[in-house]
Design a binder for this molecule. Sequence first.
Ligand SMILES: O=C(O)Cc1cc(O)ccc1O
Ligand SMILES: [Fe+2]
Length: 467
Amino acid sequence: MPVTIFDIKEKYRYQNGFDSYLESEAAPGALPIAQNSPQKPPLGLYAEKLSGTAFTAPRHENKQSWLYRILPSCSHPPFIEVADDTSSPESLTGGKLHYIPNQLRWDPFDHASSPATDFVSGLHHIAGAGDPTLKQGLGMYIYAAAKSMDAHTAFYSADGDLLIVPQEGALDIRTELGYLLVRPMEICVIPRGIRYQVLLADPAQPARGYALELYQNHFALPELGPIGSNGLANARDFQAPVAAFTADHGTTAFDGTTAYTVVAKFNNALFSTRQPHTPFDVVAWHGNYYPYKYDLGRFNTIGSISYDHPDPSIFTVLSAPSERLGTAVADFVIFPPRWLVGEDTFRPPWYHRNTMSEFMGLIQGGYDAKKGGAGGFVPGGASLHNVMSGHGPDAESYEGAREAELKPVKVGGGSCAFMFESCLMVGVTEWGLKRCRKVQEGYSEHSWGGVKVHWTGAGEGRGHLLE
Ligand SMILES: O=C(O)Cc1cc(O)ccc1O
Ligand SMILES: [Fe+2]
């Protein structure tokens, strides 16, 4: 049957709200009224709770959802570890982490080299910190997929919440809780444990992008302080799916004729099991633990309308707090097109050494502090400026901005860079340093080797006490 616009609209209906309490049923009467687990849930469904925080987490942090499904997700044979050959391009494990103070930049990462590579086999661990077994830290990933995941395969991660940033190719993501269409310039978050399948929205358009896995805590909207009650990413612009299910449940859960594969990411290793029933059999759900998407074009950018370049925290879309107030394990920050009007101001980012680490990527266009083109900072590439690794505009961008006429300028029309910023020192995997073969030789020399001396003062000096 040809797919019609009506089908597409039905498939991608959303409910709006960040951290809201939502509910959806794909068959009338599937949600129990006024209780969660009746003796016999409606329509012969099973009730299953999915928790995203400890049962006893404070109310304002508590995240749970109730799923009403045809069969419970425990009904599967044991998981078996998938052999991981780290020399294979399909290896998720990036290898040991290397901690180095040098500035690093990567050319655009390759698209999938094999037509058989899907989202899971094309997911590469590039950098990270901490440990999923301790639920501490984060992992950063690059993905490249040439094809949709098999229609009978679902994936989940026990390691954390995955923030996906498509750079090329729209993703049609089927989750247990419903569908999300995520195009470049949109992002989504799939919480820990939720099973999903990543399909290419256009099978002719291979997908490539970035991802961040949060081993601890969950993303929240940043505080707005004096900005007030609206601004940056507004809660109502986050979209959650509506329930969508298929009734394909085999005969018994353990009969030999297995039809569906479930792949689990567990401590950065992959395990799989096969079961006769589809994991996408959730007929209804309610709760505040759900996958969501956000269109970066809806970001309400705020900046200086007087002078000086503010901290990039004003561009924070989502923030995952650490235990320390105001300090994030992971901030997701974007640099969208915006007006620069600052008077007597060096408008690009200042030179800096940061206690936080900064992993940056470019979704489209250019970035005002770095030259583009071959060997520059280009879409699909990345950079890492680790804890206290000095950086800032390259020499060329500095000279340009120093001399620029300070009229109002729209910077970055049609462009969008982003940053995964973390309070943790970030290690780079073997894949990131070597196997991907994208590290730019001489990045720091090309960028800052040529910074000019503009000093106009004397050859020596010493501070004097005021008399
Ligand atoms: O390093 C970067 O390009 C990211 C960045 C941007 C900015 O406007 C201020 C500080 C900062 O780290
Ligand atoms: Fe920076």
